[in-house]
Design a protein around this ligand. Structure first.
Ligand code: NDP
Length: 344
C-alpha cells in the first residue's frame, strides 16, 4: 500500500509538536485525520496547513476529547496508524494533579482501545523524557537511556506523573491485548522542545525563551534540560511510523543538555544587537523561588533547579539514523519565529 492510501490519525493536531507532525506527514504523502477540541481550533489549523502546503485536501479534522468516549471509534475508522500526541501540558500547575493525570492516562487508554478495535497497525505515543529521568530518590545516573523509568513519589510534579503514568498505561494496554487484536506500540520521549512555532500560541516549552527575549526575566534560572528541535521531533515521529524494527520500543528524542543561561547567551548573540537584549546572567535559586511564589507560570522550574540530567539518543541513531540538529540552529529558529510573530 502506498503512503497516499494510508490514513494517519494525529491526536491534538493543533498543538505545537503535532502541527509539525501533520505537515511532515502530508509532505510524505499520507492522508491525515487530526483530532481537535473545537471548530475554531480546526479552522486555525487549516489556515496554517493552507499556508504551508498544497496538500490540504489530504487533511480532515474531527472533534474528540481525551476525557470522553464518544468520537474515538469514528476517528479510528479506516486508519492505518496513529500518532497520539495530545496530552495536557499547561503552563501553570493545577490545584488537583488529577486534572493532568486523568486525561493523560485515561485518554491514552481510550485512544489505544479505539485503535485496537479498528485494526490499526501501529500507534506512536508522544511521551517525554519526564517519564525517564526522575528515578527513585537518591538514584544517581550518569546518562539516562530508555531502560530508565521515572518513579513517581508524593513530591513528583503533576506533569511528570501524568507523562509517566500515561506511558505505563500504554505499555500495560498492549501487553494485555489478546492474540489477534495486537497492535504495535512505539514511544517517543522528547526532551525540552524548542524550534519554530507555526502560530502565536506559546506552548509551555517556549515560555522561557519568550520571557528572555521579551526582557521580562531578570536573568536565567539555574534550570536546564536536554533540548530538541520540534522539526527533529516530527521527523522522529515519522520514522517511528515507518520503521519496522521500532515496534515495541521507546526512543529518547533529545540532544545535548543545555542550561537556560546557555540558551540566553545564544539568543543575546543573535538578537541582542537587533533590539532584543537578553539577560545573560544566572538568577540565584532563592530569587527564583521568591518569583515563583507570585508567578505560577514558572512552576516547572522550581522542582528542577540545579539538576543536570544527560540523556542518550544512541538508540534513535542506531535504528532511525536520527541526529538532532545543533542547539544554536534551534535556538535561533525559536527566537526568529517568536519575533516574526510579534510574540515578544
Ligand atoms: P501543546 O499544548 O501545544 O499541545 C497539546 C495538544 O494536546 C493540544 O492540541 C491540546 O488541545 C491537546 N489536549 C490537551 N488536553 C486535551 C484533552 N483533554 N483532550 C483532547 N486534547 C487535549 O503541547 P506540545 O505540542 O508542546 O506537546 C505535545 C505533546 O508532547 C504532549 O503530550 C506533551 O506532553 C509532549 N511533550 C512536549 C514537550 C515540549 O517540550 N513541548 C516535551 C516532551 C513531551 P487544545 O489546543 O485544545 O488545548
Amino acid at each position: 500500500m502506498t503512503t497516499a492510501q494510508q490514513t494517519v490519525v494525529v491526536t491534538g493536531a493543533n498543538g505545537f509538536i503535532a502541527q509539525h507532525c501533520v505537515l511532515a506527514l502530508l509532505r510524505a504523502g499520507f492522508r491525515v485525520r487530526g483530532t481537535v477540541r473545537s471548530a475554531t481550533k480546526a479552522a486555525h489549523l487549516k489556515s496554517i496547513v493552507n499556508r504551508s502546503t498544497e496538500l490540504r485536501d489530504q487533511l480532515e479534522l474531527v472533534e474528540a476529547h481525551l476525557e470522553r468516549d464518544e468520537a474515538w471509534h469514528t476517528v479510528m475508522r479506516g486508519a492505518h496508524h496513529v500518532l497520539h500526541v495530545a496530552s495536557p501540558f499547561p503552563a501553570t500547575l493545577p490545584a488537583n494533579e488529577n486534572d493532568l493525570i486523568v486525561p493523560a492516562t485515561e485518554g491514552t487508554r481510550r485512544v489505544l482501545r479505539a485503535a485496537s478495535a479498528a485494526g490499526v497497525r501501529r500507534v506512536v505515543v508522544t511521551s517525554s523524557i519526564a517519564a525517564i529521568v526522575h528515578g527513585a530518590p537518591g538514584e544517581h545516573v550518569e546518562t539516562y537511556d530508555e531502560s530508565h523509568w521515572t518513579v513517581p513519589t508524593k513530591g513528583t510534579d503533576a506533569y511528570v506523573k501524568s507523562k509517566t503514568l500515561a506511558e505505563r498505561a500504554a505499555w500495560d494496554f498492549v501487553e494485555r491485548l489478546p492474540p489477534g487484536e495486537q497492535l504495535e506500540l512505539v514511544i517517543i520521549n522528547p526532551g525540552s522542545v524548542l524550534g519554530p512555532t507555526l502560530d502565536d500560541n506559546c506552548t509551555t516549552s517556549l515560555i522561557g525563551v519568550r520571557k528572555l527575549l521579551s526582557g521580562r526575566a531578570p536573568g536565567a534560572p539555574r534550570f536546564g534540560n536536554a533540548v530538541v528541535d520540534v522539526r527533529d521531533v516530527a521527523r522522529m515521529h515519522l520514522s517511528a511510523l515507518t520503521t519496522p524494527q521500532a515496534a515495541g520500543q521507546r526512543f529518547i528524542c533529545a540532544g545535548d543538555f543545555a542550561w537556560l543561561v546557555d540558551i540566553a547567551r545564544l539568543l543575546d548573540r543573535h538578537f541582542g544587537g537587533r533590539g532584543y537584549p537578553v539577560p545573560t546572567r544566572e538568577v540565584p535559586n532563592w530569587l527564583v523561588r521568591l518569583i515563583t511564589a507570585f508567578d505560577r507560570s514558572t512552576w516547572g522550574l522550581v522542582h528542577h533547579l540545579d539538576q543536570r540530567r544527560e540523556v542518550s539518543h544512541e538508540r534513535a541513531f542506531r535504528i532511525f539514523g536520527w541526529k538532532p540538529r545543533p542547539l544554536e540552529e534551534t535556538v535561533v529558529a525559536t527566537g526568529a519565529s517568536l519575533i516574526s510573530r510579534e510574540m515578544v
